[in-house]
Design a protein around this ligand. Structure first.
Ligand code: FE2
Length: 272
């Protein structure tokens, strides 16, 4: 069995999250013997969206692909980066014509990885269908991989498929996971910033977790300053939220994948 290890990390929130990523990820890649890393960076720039500088810091820390979600649009100047840098993704199920791209095939050390970023529609913006969007990408790219330059090894019949599903509700996340079971190696939820303990292998071989958690300050409200969040919730006034400061953890998963089958054999939590 030819096993590759993939680390997928939850939303990086602000400077403290970025600093934790820079401190921990290089060591984690060595410790877990990781072959490929995805990081959700949608809150890296002061909690809202990304900048070119924060994106480059995530790549320098070890991310092969940076995924995102609904906050990726916050910094208008970042739209140019979305257009030009293929290794940063926005959810693929935004309507046609939207800046950026939602999936990419990367070949690394003779193995091809297809990373797909999707966004939920329950309690979120009603964009295009994430189920149908996955089908369209998967059906097109499993066969066109070689043409795109993903010359995977002889032991690999198709790219390893990694999905970041940025969604609010557990119901929608689990439903998509069962729909993709057996086609994706990993379906990892993001967006709630709270790591769930339901990491498991689904019946047809996909690794799944409802939410990776976040890379941000532990004593916070989803990475933001708790005092401000309490006032917002209590008074129903939209005080400007600021990132929390303090000790930050890096949360996500490490998954072992058999590249001969494209299926996962093990999924463990990362929380350091
Ligand atoms: Fe987020």
């Amino acid at each position: 069995m030819n096993i590759k290890r993939v680390i997928m990390l939850g939303d990086v929130v602000g400077e403290f999250g970025l600093a934790a990523l820079e401190r921990q990820l290089p060591r984690m890649i060595t410790e877990y013997k990781a072959d490929f890393v995805t990081v959700n960076g949608e809150n890296a720039a002061d909690g809202f969206g990304m900048s070119e500088a924060t994106l480059n810091r995530m790549f320098a820390a070890g991310a092969d692909v940076v995924t995102s979600g609904n906050h990726v649009w916050e910094k208008r100047e970042f739209w140019t980066v979305l257009r030009n840098e293929k290794r940063v993704l926005r959810p693929a199920n935004y309507p046609a014509g939207v800046e950026g791209r939602g999936w990419i095939i990367i070949e690394k050390n003779n193995v091809s990885y297809l990373v797909i970023n999707l966004q939920g529609r329950k309690m979120m913006t009603p964009i295009d269908c994430p189920f149908g969007t996955f089908d369209a990408i998967f059906n097109a790219d499993a066969s066109s991989c070689v043409a795109l330059g993903g010359a995977h090894s002889n032991e690999q019949s198709a790219p390893v498929v990694l999905v970041d599903f940025h969604a609010e509700t557990t119901h929608e996340k689990e439903a998509l996971a069962f729909y993709l079971d057996g086609r994706a190696a990993v379906i990892a939820g993001t967006h709630t910033h709270v790591q769930t303990a339901d990491n498991r292998i689904l019946p047809k071989g996909s690794a799944y977790i409802t939410d990776l958690g976040m890379t941000g300050v532990t004593d916070s409200v989803i990475g933001m300053d708790a005092k401000i969040c309490v006032e917002r919730a209590k008074k129903h006034i939209p005080y400007h939220m600021e990132c929390a400061q303090g000790t930050a953890s890096v949360q996500g998963i490490v998954v072992e994948i058999n590249i001969e089958t494209g299926k996962a054999v093990k999924i463990d939590l990362v929380n350091q």
